[in-house]
Design a protein around this ligand. Structure first.
Ligand code: C2O
Ligand code: CU
Length: 493
């Protein structure tokens, strides 16, 4: 028998207005930040939590009073928030009701390659794809988005992305703000530009990809968030194509960063500025008083390496932009207490490698290529062995910004430009920003899944760079297995 099983401790908010509904105004005229509904799921007799996603075309009021054609999952734009717990088996059925093929990748998720949703798991129009895996990782803020080779930027830009939140007992025990949509709020930040008739403008990418002057949060421009509690946890996701956001509050207030891409930091990090490049996430807890208003902004980036002023402008890194206004309620409800001084134990991955030293590899990012090669769907670039740790050195050899994302694993940054990483980069990561000239070393461990026939991706997450070929493929080999260097594309599903 199938039973509807909303997760304990989270309200089912499927009735909240989605981004496509006309957002009600807050005092002062900002539009209320839409909260993505929690995806309904059903747990069957087999214990598997099942979700359904349908990619579809629609239209939404990104800018108040104007409708733009958009794409969404289960709605007009963006998608519902999927949520599962460590140890749970989950299955997602994805339907494609678009006129072109797409795919859905679980960014940050440790999954078997066949469930990864990369460019080898395309879903044709009217087609269906099912991904199934068991959650074997820490509580974290992950996300999902299309990954069709060559057009990922456009599919994400048109509106296809959503959050995938993972929970676990260790995090629950910390007493962090955790009421979904109330004091624990997912916020995807993106930028857009529009044609004079109000359509999303997909033209004029240059080398950077699509950069626009309009910041949108959870699918709308000009949003504000009514804070009913004095400590607000924001799960920030940079869902843009190419723009970096250097977040800070207009009054310079301090906030605490509690989690990076792959989950909780060892301890909260007090910050006034926090840079996220495309694909990166951070959870922050920010204090707010009754009746006050404060703007979350994006500021000109402070870490630029050897980037020229022209390049910085072309990549939007000189802009100051309003992102989201926090509006303290006139009377605050009681909420979570202070953030605990210790959040998680993070054992260094590369230390204590008592047997052979970890395998090392180098990745040079330059001119839409990695190590001088463009993405080839039929080439296997590397084949790490299961249950081994590797250290990857990644170097930005360009005068443009890049970042580096690895599927399947969460890594630790063991050094950044030859020094220990800053505190904000000291936890679990799956995407790391490299200003021109930057280099870093990443320790990662490959576990659980092996497959010599289907690859995972690593790539620049500036989506135009990825689409133009700044991507490679790896398979995880079993002990003693030799991976081929080519994939048999004829045998692909
Ligand atoms: Cu968020 Cu390979 O992607
Ligand atoms: Cu890049």
């Amino acid at each position: 028998a199938l039973v509807a099983a909303p997760l304990a401790g989270t309200a089912l908010v499927g009735c909240r207005p989605g981004p496509s509904a006309s957002a009600p105004a807050l005092p002062g005229g900002r539009r209320a930040l839409p909260i993505p509904p929690l995806a309904r799921s059903v747990v069957g007799a087999d214990g598997v939590r099942r979700f359904d996603l349908t990619a579809q075309a629609g239209s939404s009021e990104i800018i108040a009073g104007r409708r733009s054609a958009t794409w969404g999952f289960n709605g007009d734009v963006l998608g519902p928030t999927l949520r599962a717990r460590g140890g749970e088996a989950v299955a997602v059925t994805v339907r494609n009701r678009l006129a072109e093929a797409t795919s859905v990748h679980w960014h940050g998720m440790h999954v078997p390659a066949r469930a990864d949703g990369g460019p080898h798991q395309m879903i044709e129009p009217n087609g269906t794809w099912q991904a199934e895996w068991t959650v074997r990782q820490r509580a974290s803020t992950l996300w999902y988005h299309p990954h069709p080779h060559g057009v990922t930027e456009k599919h994400v830009y048109r509106g296809l992305s959503g959050f995938f939140l993972l929970d676990d007992d260790a995090q629950d025990a910390l007493g962090l703000p955790s009421e979904y949509g109330v004091d624990d709020v997912p916020v995807v930040v993106q930028d857009r530009k529009f044609t004079p008739d109000g359509a999303l403008d997909e033209s004029g990418a240059g080398t950077s990809g699509l950069i626009g002057p309009t910041v949108i949060t959870n699918g709308i421009a000009g949003a504000g968030l009514l804070a009913r509690r004095g400590r607000m946890r924001l799960r920030l996701l940079n869902g843009a194509s190419a723009r970096c956001f250097e977040f800070g509050f207009a009054d310079g207030r301090r906030f605490e960063m509690i989690a990076s891409d792959g989950g909780l930091l060892a301890a909260p990090v007090p910050l006034t500025r926090l840079m996220l490049s495309p694909g990166e996430r951070a959870e922050i807890v920010v204090p707010i008083a009754a009746g006050e208003r404060v703007m979350l902004r994006s500021y000109p980036t402070t870490v630029r390496g050897r980037m020229s002023g022209d390049t910085a402008r072309a990549y939007g890194q000189d802009d100051t932009l309003d992102v989201l206004e926090l509006v303290g309620a006139d009377r605050l409800e009681s909420g979570a207490g202070p953030v605990p001084r210790t959040l998680a134990g993070i054992a260094p991955l590369a230390a204590g490698a008592t047997t052979a030293s970890p395998a090392t590899r180098t990745f040079d990012l330059q001119w839409y290529m990695i190590n001088g090669e463009r993405m080839d769907m039929s080439r296997i670039d590397l084949a790490p062995v299961v249950d081994t740790t590797e250290v990857w050195t990644v170097r930005n050899k360009d005068n443009w910004p890049h970042n580096f994302h690895v599927h399947d694993v969460q890594f630790q940054i063991t050094s950044f430009n030859g020094a220990p990483p800053p505190a904000a980069l000291s936890g679990w990561k799956d995407t790391v920003y490299l200003a021109p000239g930057d280099h870093c070393a990443l320790a990662m461990r490959f576990t659980d899944y092996t497959d010599l026939t289907l690859p995972y991706m690593y790539h620049c997450h500036l989506l135009l760079h990825e689409d133009r070929g700044m991507m490679g493929q790896f398979v995880v080999a079993g002990k003693g297995q030799t991976a081929p260097t080519r994939l048999d594309m004829a045998g692909m599903p």
